[in-house]
Every structure is written in C-alpha cells, then in structure tokens.
Design a protein around this ligand. Sequence first.
Ligand SMILES: *Cc1c(COP(=O)(O)O)cnc(C)c1O
Length: 395
Amino acid sequence: MSETPNYRPETLAVRAGQERSQFGEHAEALYLTSSFVFGSAAQAAKRFSGEEEGNVYARFSNPTVSMFEERLAALEGAEDCVATASGMAAIMALCLAHLKQGDHIVASNSLFGATVQLFSNILSRTGITTTFVSHTDPAAWEAAIRPETRLFFLETPSNPLTEIADIRALSAIAHARCILVAVDNCFCTPILQKPLEMGADLVVHSATKYIDGQGRVLGGAVCGPKKLTEEVFKYLRTAGPTLSAFNAWVLLKGLETLKIRIEAQAANATRLAHWLEAHPKVARVFYPGLPSHPQYALAQTQQASGGAIVSFEVKGAREQAWTVVDNCRLLSITANLGDTKTTITHPASTTHGRISPEARAAAGINEGLLRIAVGLEAVEDLQADLERGLSLLGG
Ligand SMILES: *Cc1c(COP(=O)(O)O)cnc(C)c1O
C-alpha cells in the first residue's frame, strides 16, 4: 500500500508501507540479506549511480526497513522517513547531516541524558556548539540565537519532568531566522502529537520506546520533508548506523498496536498520577494530564493526552526515593520506558547520573524524583506495589 489516501491513524498503523512480494504473504516479510543481486552489469551500474531505484546493499536500504520507514512517515504525516539503529543514532545522523564545523545548536536544558552528552561532549569536538536554554521559555531560545545558529532541538514532554516546550512558538522564532526545528517525539509518538503539523521541520524517534513498545529491540528514525531527510540518508549510507532488517520487522509489528497500547497506558498513567497527587508521602507529581501541571493548557493544545510517563517527588531525598524503588516487586527497576511492563527509575542516579550535580539541579531533577513509565498492568496492582515503599517513609 504505497498510496495512503486519507486513512486514519489506526488504518495507517497496520496497512501503510506494506510491499508484498510475489508470494503474496499477508504479514510483512523479513528480508535477511546484506546485499542484492543485479540482472546485469548495466543494471548494477544504474543502481549504484542512483539512475535506477532499487536495493543495493543493506547499509543503504532493505525492503523490510523501507516498509517500516513508509509506515512511520505515514503516521507522522511526513513526506519521508529514514530509519536508524537507535534513537541516539537518529539524533547524531540528523546533526551530522545538517550541521558543520562552527555551527551552533540551541537546545532544551531538560533533554534525554544521552542527548545532552552527545551535544556537550561529542558534537562539541567537531566544532558544533550547543547552548542549553530553558525548555519552557521561548524568549530564552530567541535570546540564545547567534548568526551561526542552525538548529533548535527539543523534546516534549521532557524526560523526566514532563515539561512542555511550545512547538508552535519555537518554530515561529526559528523560522524567522531560517533555523531548523527538530523535535524528539519519543514520549508522545505520532498517535498523541504531530510536531510537523505544528511547524517543526524534523521529528526524531527512539523507536526503542513506544514504537516497539515491548522492550525487544533498538531503533530510531528521522521524519520530515524529503529535501531534509535525503541528507540524513546520505550520511547513513556512508557512516553506517542503519536499522537492521530484523529490528525493522519487529518495529513494523509494534506500530500496528501502538495506538491501542499508548492510549491504554496513558489512561493508566492518568489514574496513577491522580492517586500519587493525593498521596501524603508524595511532595509533587509531574504529569501533563493533571490540571495542576504548570503547562496543562499548553499540553492540551499540542498533545492528545498526558502520555504514559509520570514523575513524582517523594518527601525526602535519595534514601526515600530508593526505598520506594527497592520495595517494588511488580514494577521493573530499569531505565527503559515505553514498555507494556511498567518501569521505575531514579533519574538522578541513572539516566541523568553522568550530568554534573549543578546541571541536574538547573534542570530541576532532584534526589527525591522518581520516573514511572506506565504499562498495561492493572492500576490497582501498580498502586499496591508503590504503596509498599511509600508506607515505609517517615513524615
Ligand atoms: C531513549 C531515548 C532516546 C535515545 O534512544 P535509544 O534508542 O536508546 O538510542 C532519545 N530520546 C529520548 C526522549 C529517549 O527516551
């Protein structure tokens, strides 16, 4: 189904992108092959030069990967999508495809931990510099712009504090200066949020999270107009962080259930967030679906629901937070998120542990903070599991 007329997301998620082979298989085929055979020397030459479309070598393209790319592009409302080996590979590919020595990035100060490391410690070695600014203050982004600024990079809601960046406002500021806007849409997925419709130029994904949704494989993607993704493709086919065919096949199947999973997980998260907010041992809850969230109104204008990530601060510090974690028997103690199995993590000592304490404090991630990525279990069972640790806390 390479034509995707006005189908709704549910339909696109199971139908878009499928290319059947001569065998007429109903499910998407997994093409485990590293290279492709040509009919003649002349055809080989044409494929290599790009004069004839078609597969050459799996670092460039593979039919299973192409099906995944087409399906995700359809869901994001993007002209094109380029799949990568992981979410970090997608961010690196986006940056190296579009930036060069001397260029400057303005980025949110509450990005995923590895993204901060990538910008501050790896891209900086190539002479690409980054200024981190308040996630929620568009004026700070504008003030950080320099003549050499080429990219705004944001992630919304942010990890782990679920702060909302105003995609429309930041896109307007950037576009007035011909700056590209890239949004990491990992937390919401295209089911809950469509950044391209709000003005962003590019969307990046860690497909490892909700798109797989069952904690099996790593993957990533960059979606956007072909004139921008083409540069990402050129980088990938040369540098090599391509998505494997097997992982693409798993991710294709993940997309088929994405909508029902994320909607059910978000409904669970909403109930859990309300319960935590009323809990005497909890100091504060961060969830965009709660009216008490400082950006509740903005969240309503850009995402279909609060999503499935809930963070909260216990009354106390690291010791109290670790007590809650260590008393969990059901919730998995793991930094992964987006799984059908609920996970719990202490950001200050795990995902954000390599960031300096000062930078962590500036980002608002304190020692009492816990992040829960809500899965598909019964909310009552999740509550009982958290209550075991919470009930042990003093105060
Ligand atoms: C996990 C994650 C990434 C990195 O993705 P990987 O697939 O682990 O490389 C990037 N951004 C966000 C928001 C994430 O949660």
